[in-house]
Ligand binder design. Sequence first.
Ligand SMILES: Cc1cn([C@H]2C[C@H](O)[C@@H](COP(=O)(O)OP(=O)(O)OP(=O)(O)O)O2)c(=O)[nH]c1=O
Length: 646
Amino acid sequence: MRMRAVWRLWSPGRGSRSVGDSARRRINASCPRAAYLGLLAGMALKPVLGKLGSKRVVLASASPRRQEILCSVGLRFEVVPSWFKETLEKSSFATPYKYAIETAKQKALEVANRMHVKHLRTPDIVIGADTIVTVDEHILEKPIDKQDAYRMLSRLSGKEHSVFTGVAIVHCNSKDNRLETEVTDFYEETKVKFADLSEELLWEYIHSGEPMDKAGGYGIQALGGMLVEYVHGDFLNVVGFPLNHFCKKLVELYYPPPKHTIHHIKHDSIPSVETFENLSDEENDSSSPLQYKGAIKLDRSKTHSSGGVCSPGSSNIIKPNCMMPVENQNGVMENPDKFPSKILELLDGFRASKALFVASKLKVFDLLKNKGVLQAVDVANTINSSVCGTERLLDACAALGLLEKTLQGYSNSDSANIYLASDSEDSLHGYIIHSDDHLWPLFTHLESAVKEGTMQNYRAFGKKSENLFQDSYYQSMEVKQRFMAAMHSIAKLTAKDVATAFDLSQFRSACDLGGCTGALANELVQKYPNLKVTVFDLPEVIANVSHFQPVRQHTAPVTFTSGDFFKDNFPEADLYILSRILHDWTDEKIHMLLSKISAACKPGPAHVCLRRGERFKCDLITSYIYPLDIEEMSFLKGLTLWSSAV
Ligand SMILES: Cc1cn([C@H]2C[C@H](O)[C@@H](COP(=O)(O)OP(=O)(O)OP(=O)(O)O)O2)c(=O)[nH]c1=O
């Protein structure tokens, strides 16, 4: 409700044209709004993005570039690629950017509607985007084949062209089971000039495969960068998402400037700065109060002592007030942010992970879920640990946002109750313990893995990884059950997104190879009642799946078949799923598995969806899939999906 009110206040900015210039802006005292936007765009991104922290944000895009851009600034979101076909009649739009905006809007609305209808879990915000290239009054989208790429690139050769990205931010609200949406849209233009491209260079580039999933047939962020003479405007806009303009839109939406927006504070030795007191969360918005309130309400007098904030995710990093812009001698606002927050977060990341692991292992979250609020001493006594050590651990968890600390003691945050208590339905406890016991020791040998190019199971556990599962994960009943619980918890969490990443309603049968407890399979039968899903996994896994099955099943149950996918024939299916499988094996084994699947697939369009960590296997996979047409390919957490259409 509140958001809708804010929305109305800030609708004038809709569809407005951006200056397209990410350079620092001069603060114009006579124009507080311009000053305000310029500052925020450059300096206070975290508070702006933090506003989305408590919302269910969905990116309606399969573009790995967009996912990366938004991920890289710490935005939390789900990815649900849009099924909207980009077939709007271009000639019916007065300008190319209107076409891009409309396509972006339709992409986002399609996802919002689908999620509302199918999931009954309406997202708060859906973001859609569409990137096009225009040259000589022609709109170029993604090439359909190599000849098309050739036509596009030769058209761009030696010329300046424009790249437009249209973006739609759709706010959703479910009222009486009806979806209400409010759309804010905008576009950004960047000019790019190509060098003269020789025929040879052009074809070499086309044969690299890079042009195929990119507007205009090139990727400026990779090989395509070599073709470019200059770029005027926002580089990220070319890559698919105008981050700077997006943040400005968020500012317009979430921080309407009150009358007296900006104050100058003078200090003897510190240049005058703008403050953002108006950015305080007036209505006590739940978005990361620790981090953002502190970051916003700055007080120069406390600089470098207590003015910093302890952000969740960086337990003991003090961030001084370096996020504030300062005016240089010429009156231009500059970011004095020389404080390497990102690097320090990475540097300290292992401490944060380990605090989570240890608190989970000691069942701190279970205890607090049952008892409500406890003092450190009571926790220490119950978990049989020292009081001083426990207190430090609890404080670290509070700084990380996992616990809340008041005078009465420590209690679980909402997300700790949902995801960290071991008995909750969506618990990640199993996966956390697996990460501590298995992944942590492996990652301590990362340096050797890089130097040798080999798996490190032997170094970490004294076991060869010839047969990872038999040797490591299934060596004893206890270890096996723990591993299955880990896989179940993470697969369950991502299953909904994975099941709706593509429209699978055309398939009649699917086989989830190495599908373990059937977490994804059970989600698939929910979403596609006509789909018969078989989970194929080792006999020792199948023997233990029963207690992971849903209590109330309203659909045809999943079938479990045992076997070894390297040795045995797997069940016939229209659709084969490899979810969290390929990363475990050597290329040799992957070749073996993929050729078996390739032979089992019926001819027809293929769908490939890889999770981010598997991107490096992409070439290998596409070489097998090549006899089929790759209809859709995208990167998504949790899934490699491979199919032949019926
Ligand atoms: C010009 C250019 C485009 N691109 C990409 C960005 C977009 O992913 C793509 C344009 O296609 P889009 O249709 O905008 O996006 P998409 O099909 O990748 O994803 P979705 O429709 O699901 O949102 O081209 C680059 O990666 N680099 C470039 O230099």
